[in-house]
Design a protein around this ligand. Structure first.
Ligand code: OGA
Ligand code: ZN
Ligand code: ZN
Length: 376
């Protein structure tokens, strides 16, 4: 890692030069707020002061680089703060904070990101590797998950926290007479994000295959982010329309009337694609403005076309014991039709919040790093 070779007060903050010649600057108020001394932070790490308790323009008396590479700042108010080099390295305010690396994919993805459930359940390093791949691609397959009912929610609670909905803690995907949802027929399903009529939309969907004897019923996955990036490149005006005009989604049966209003493409404050909400079954139209309806539908149609391109579709067949975990607002899923007269097909699904899996990944990174240090 780079070292700090020089740190000194500069107008309004601290400037540093690193061993590779690059420079950083941290404004005084930012540094003062990040002080981690025992007066400023509880042992839990939580802040003990409020913003109004800090001097509005903290003044620096002295800056010194210490033997361990950390930077010590003495403030004129009499307070002393110490910033480890690794902390300063992670917070280079001159460059935009890097996003978690993701890889967009299409039908040519060389291998499905997958892991063996037994290995993952006993080995944190294997679980971490699987989670890292899951985050990169927006989905991951778990193999050899015991094909027994209820297991999907056990896996959900291991990776995060299962979110109970009006469908229950978990739901069966099985062809039934008089279903309240096309998922419970033998019809094919175009690629979609599940339940965009919920607020929030489920972050993660799990689908566990228990029985797959019927002909057909292959799974299809499409990288919604990749398709949206294609739209942004080829038709930026259409991309903006889908990102700006909210669409309505609705699911209603005798017990529920769920409604939410959100754009088909959500972009974060830095312009990155954050979520796709695409569900033909529960799309309930837009509210205008009237002059945007025609162009919005043209954009919707074009986006739907991009999502349907064969070169976007990963197709594979789930076998009993396979459990597919998807970032619901990125990896859109569907299936081909199956023949329920010639065999049975039974999946179970559940939803998990996204933050749980992200937390799990960070905790495992800590475990694995600690174990590596201990082994050295
Ligand atoms: C669903 C769904 C896919 C399948 O239940 O939401 O998309 O393979 N099912 O049956
Ligand atoms: Zn302090
Ligand atoms: Zn679905």
């Amino acid at each position: 890692m780079r070292r700090i070779v020089l740190a000194e007060p500069e107008k309004g903050g601290v400037a540093a030069t690193w061993s590779d010649g690059t420079t950083s600057f941290w404004p005084a108020i930012w540094l003062r707020d990040q002080c981690a001394c025992s007066q400023c932070r509880h042992p839990s790490g939580q802040r003990l002061f409020e913003i109004g308790d800090l001097p509005e323009h903290p003044r620096i008396e002295r800056v010194t680089t210490q033997g361990d590479g950390s930077v010590r700042v003495a403030w004129t108010e009499g307070h002393v703060s110490i910033y480890p080099a690794a902390f300063l390295y992670e917070h280079n305010l001159k460059t935009r904070r890097a996003a978690a690396p993701i890889t967009l994919w299409g039908a040519d993805l060389a291998a499905l990101p997958e892991g063996d459930w037994a290995a993952i359940a006993r080995d944190p390093a294997a679980e971490l590797a699987w989670l890292e791949a899951y985050h990169r691609y927006g989905f991951g397959l778990l193999r050899n998950v015991p094909a027994r009912p209820g297991m999907v929610a056990e896996v959900g609670d291991r990776l995060g926290f299962v979110r109970t909905t009006n469908y229950g803690r978990l739901f069966d995907v099985i062809s039934v007479p008089d279903p309240n949802n096309l998922a419970n027929t033998a019809l094919g399903l175009g690629v979609h994000s599940d339940n965009p009529y919920r607020d929030p939309t489920p972050g993660v969907q799990l689908l566990h295959c228990l029985v797959s004897d019927a002909p057909g019923g292959d799974s299809i996955l499409v990288d919604g982010f990749a398709a949206a990036e294609q739209l942004r490149t080829e038709a930026p005006g259409q991309f903006d329309l889908l990102a700006r005009v909210p669409a309505n989604f609705r699911f209603a049966d005798k017990d529920a009337d769920l409604q939410a209003r959100r754009p088909l493409i959500c972009v974060d404050v830095e312009g990155r694609i954050a979520a796709i909400h695409f569900n033909n079954r529960s799309f309930a139209g837009i509210d205008g403005p009237v002059e945007l309806v025609e162009p919005w539908y043209a954009a919707y149609r074009n986006f739907a076309r991009l999502l349907k391109q064969p070169e976007r579709a990963l197709a594979f067949r789930l076998a009993p014991g396979d459990l597919l975990v998807m970032e619901n607002e990125r990896a859109l899923h569907g299936r081909t039709a199956f023949d329920a007269n010639l065999g049975r097909r039974h999946l179970q699904g559940c939803y998990v919040d996204k933050d749980g899996l992200e937390s799990r990944m960070r905790v495992l990174r800590r475990h694995v790093a600690d174990a590596q240090r201990a082994a050295q």
